[in-house]
Design a protein. Structure first.
Length: 139
């Protein structure tokens, strides 16, 4: 018999957090009595109590997991955007500027062209992101 089929699933379990005399964190699980006029409910089974305790403890931990998860997703998105901008600028600098516009350009000049093209591509990308309502209109 699983906890879902168990009669204790209808009981409301109260989880109370507190501190004991030794200063350790405690968690007290108790069953609330049913509505007035009914027989008192039996104590909940161990599996239901364990499920409720896990649920209460995971809710506290979930905010930190979601915080770091959102940070990881943000880092991945920024890394992909940065790679796209740098790749576009590098292709412009090598394939267009160096090969066709100025073949005798030195390394220092190419570095400055790359830096300027990163700024231009970033500005164009930000402008497109702010003005286009949907990505479906880009094609």
């Amino acid at each position: 018999m699983t906890c879902i089929d168990h009669p204790c699933r209808d009981q409301n379990l109260i989880l109370q957090r507190g501190w004991n005399s030794a200063g350790n964190k405690t968690l007290l699980v108790s069953a609330t009595p049913p509505s007035v006029g009914r027989q008192p409910a039996s104590l909940p089974c161990t599996a239901c109590c364990l499920y409720k305790v896990r649920q209460a403890e995971m809710a506290e931990m979930f905010q930190w997991v979601s915080f770091f998860g959102l940070g990881a997703v943000s880092a991945a998105v920024m890394s992909s955007a940065d790679s796209s901008i740098l790749a576009s600028s590098a292709m412009f600098t090598r394939n267009i500027y160096r090969m066709t516009l100025r073949p005798q350009a030195g390394d220092r000049e190419l570095l400055w062209v790359l830096r300027i093209s990163v700024l231009v591509v970033s500005g164009l990308s930000a402008g497109i992101a702010l003005t286009v309502n949907s990505i479906y209109y880009l094609s």
